[in-house]
Design a binder for this molecule. Structure first.
Ligand code: ASP
Length: 320
C-alpha cells in the first residue's frame, strides 16, 4: 500500500501543508488537493492563479479550474469564470452536485451563485498595472475603436506574441496538485487564470479533463501547465496515464508525452507533474532552459521536499 502523499507546483510547495494536514488526519485526497489549491488561489503574488491573475485581452479576469477523483472517475470543471474567489471550489461543486462535468462563463457563474460559492474581486494593483502597460502598448501600435476590433487585429499581430513571451516567465502558469490518501484514492486539481491577454472565452487545458488534468486510481495522476492549446491538441494528461497503463514508468510516460508536444512543432512549451500508482513521482518540461520541479510532502514531512524532474529537449533538426 502506498503511503499518503501530496505533490504540487508553485510557491516552494508551502501551500501543500494544508493538504498534508488533511491527509494526516485521515481525510480524502479530493479534500486535500482542493484545500491546497485554495491557498494558491488566495495568494496575490501568484499572478496566474486566482487573486491577482492577469486578465484577458479586454481586461477581464477569467478563471479555469478542474478536479478529478481517481476512484469514481468523477470530474468537475469550470471555464471562463468571473468574480469568484475559489474557482477550484466551484469545480468541486460541479463534481459533487451537478449532472454535468463542465460549466463555462455566465452559466458557471449562475451555478456558483446558486451553490453559494464565495464571490470576490480578483484584481490587484499589480494585475491592473500589467494590463495597463499592455493596453498602452497595444493602443500605440493599433489604435482603438468602439467595436474593440483592435483586440482582434492586435491578437493577430506578432506584437501580442512578444507580450506572451514577456509575461511567460513570471506571469504564466497554473497550479497543479495531486495526492493519494490512506485508502489509496487519488485526486488531481488544476487552477489558473489562463494565458494572460487571452481572447475572451478562450479555455486552456486546465478545465479540459484529459488535457490538463487526469487521474485514475489504477494508474496514477497527471496534470499540466504551459501553453494549454498544446495539451488540448494532444490530450496530454490522459495520454500520460495511458502510457503508464501500457507499462511505462511515470518518468518515461511524462518524457514521451513531452516529446509528443515537440512533435506538434507549435509555439509554446508544456510541463507536467505525474505520479504512478506505486507512488513514484516525477515532473517534466519541454523547456531546455528551465529546471522541472515539483514539491512533495508525505505524512512524515516537516517541510515540502524539492524534487527535480526531467528536461525533454526538442529534437535536433539536422536540416537546419
Ligand atoms: N495551461 C494554462 C493555460 O493554457 C496556462 C499555464 O499553465 O501557463 O491556460
Amino acid at each position: 500500500m502506498v503511503k499518503p502523499f501530496i505533490i504540487g507546483t508553485r510557491n516552494s510547495g508551502q501551500f501543500l501543508h494544508a493538504g498534508a494536514e488533511i491527509l494526516r488526519n485521515g481525510g480524502t485526497a479530493l479534500d486535500a488537493v482542493e484545500a491546497a489549491t485554495r491557498l494558491v488561489e488566495l495568494n496575490p503574488n501568484d499572478t496566474s492563479v486566482g487573486l491577482g491573475g492577469i486578465p484577458n485581452i479586454l481586461g477581464v479576469q477569467e478563471m479555469d479550474a478542474s478536479l478529478m477523483c481517481g476512484k469514481t472517475m468523477n470530474t468537475g470543471s469550470v471555464g471562463a469564470l468571473k468574480g469568484f474567489k475559489h474557482p477550484i471550489s466551484v469545480a468541486r461543486k460541479v463534481l459533487d452536485e451537478a449532472p454535468h462535468v463542465l460549466l463555462v462563463g455566465a452559466g458557471a457563474e449562475h451555478f456558483a451563485r446558486v451553490m453559494d460559492c464565495e464571490t470576490g474581486d480578483l484584481e490587484t494593483e499589480e494585475s491592473v498595472k500589467v494590463y495597463k502597460a499592455f493596453v498602452n502598448d497595444a493602443f500605440e501600435h493599433e489604435g482603438i475603436d468602439e467595436s474593440q476590433a483592435w483586440a482582434v487585429n492586435y491578437a493577430r499581430s506578432q506584437n501580442l506574441r512578444d507580450w506572451y513571451d514577456r509575461l511567460a516567465d513570471e506571469r504564466h502558469g497554473t497550479v497543479n496538485i495531486v495526492a493519494i490518501d490512506e485508502n489509496g484514492d487519488i485526486a488531481s486539481a488544476v487552477s489558473t487564470s489562463g494565458t494572460a491577454l487571452k481572447f475572451p472565452g478562450r479555455l486552456g487545458d486546465s478545465p479540459i479533463i484529459g488535457a490538463g488534468n487526469y487521474c485514475d486510481n489504477r494508474y496514477g495522476a497527471a496534470t499540466c501547465t504551459g501553453r494549454g492549446e498544446l495539451a488540448i491538441r494532444n490530450s496530454t494528461a490522459r495520454t500520460i496515464i495511458h502510457y503508464m497503463e501500457e507499462g511505462l514508468s511515470a518518468k518515461d510516460a511524462a518524457s514521451r508525452a513531452m516529446k509528443d508536444i515537440h512533435a506538434l512543432k507549435a509555439f509554446g512549451s508544456m510541463n507536467c507533474i505525474v505520479f504512478d500508482a506505486k507512488g513514484n513521482t516525477t515532473s517534466a518540461t519541454t523547456r531546455p532552459d528551465r529546471e522541472s520541479v515539483h514539491w512533495y510532502m508525505d505524512m512524515e514531512s516537516k517541510e515540502p521536499e524539492k524534487r527535480v524532474g526531467i528536461n525533454v529537449n526538442p529534437p535536433v533538426n539536422h536540416d537546419e
